[in-house]
Design a protein around this ligand. Structure first.
Ligand code: BGC
Length: 268
């Protein structure tokens, strides 16, 4: 069970990952990008509306007695802590200053980041894109498709390439992992959709590496070998923990570099 009364140190951070089915958090060892304790998961409240979700995030932090800066992911556009889109969550999220809400609710400094961007940062620091220069495109295949674009390890935030059009629909409506499950697609049928998606990304971005994350990356051997691309494509190194790890790392980094502050001050 979680250790209580944890306090953030230079070496330990805290990340929360907000997903469509669960909200998960854990302290993170910032030296090696591993979870410093077993993660705590609470079901995402039905409807995933702001007030209820904020309550659950706070409950996850409290279950560890965490004090100190923390990072939190969100499955939509996030600019300066404010939610800019809500493709797979309630529309009432648009315009919510989640960083301020979380800082006020916890009394701790909070950073909010797009879920795929958090995963991309974690993969670039400690996972499959470690020591990789050039253009890396991290994709997360889940309820939607999230993307993180990194150039020599620097993130270009909020790329939202899951919303590129594929056969007249947002690509994530054709090729997300949830679509495979919902439609009962075979691995081959799903891979045919992924093939077209990744080919399109390849044409647009000429990446040096694709990294494939999301829960289904645990079963990468079922579908990655079916893809035929010019670009190297590998499963995520941190599997489904990359969101927690990346959010924690970003919080530690942003909050120790005030010139890059993207969060709110702790209210007096
Ligand atoms: C959202 C992205 C998010 C992705 C994965 C998409 O629907 O627009 O912001 O990263 O889902 O959760």
């Amino acid at each position: 069970m979680a250790t209580r009364g944890r306090e953030g140190t230079a070496k330990t951070g805290f990340g929360v990952d907000v997903g469509g089915s669960g909200i998960k958090g854990a302290p993170v060892d910032l030296l090696d990008g591993s979870l410093a304790d077993e993660r705590h998961r609470i079901e995402t409240p039905p409807g995933a509306r702001p007030d209820e979700v904020v309550e659950v995030i706070v409950a996850v932090l409290r279950s560890f007695g965490w004090t100190g800066p923390f990072g939190c992911t969100f499955p939509g556009i996030v600019r300066h802590g404010v939610i800019g889109s809500a493709a797979n969550v309630d529309d009432s999220w648009i315009g919510v200053d989640l960083a301020t809400r979380l800082s006020q609710a916890t009394g701790q400094p909070a950073v909010v980041v797009n879920d795929a961007d958090a995963a991309g940062l974690a993969e670039s620091h400690w996972g499959a894109a470690r020591h990789r220069e050039g253009v890396v495109l991290v994709t997360t295949l889940g309820t939607g498709i999230g993307t993180a674009l990194l150039v020599d390890g620097h993130l270009v935030p909020n790329t939202e390439l899951g919303h590129l059009e594929l056969d007249g629909k947002a690509a994530e409506r054709r090729a997300a992992s949830a679509v495979r499950e919902r439609k009962g697609l075979s691995w081959e049928e799903w891979a045919a959709r992924l093939q077209r998606y990744y080919e399109h990304l390849e044409f647009l971005f000429s990446p040096d590496l694709f990294v494939v994350g999301g829960g289904v990356s645990k079963k990468a051997e079922k579908f990655l070998p079916l893809l035929d691309l010019r670009t190297e494509i590998v499963p995520a190194g941190l599997l489904n923990e990359a969101g927690i790890v990346g959010a924690a790392a970003l919080a530690a980094d942003t909050l120790s570099a005030p010139h890059r502050r993207r969060t709110t001050e702790v209210p007096a």
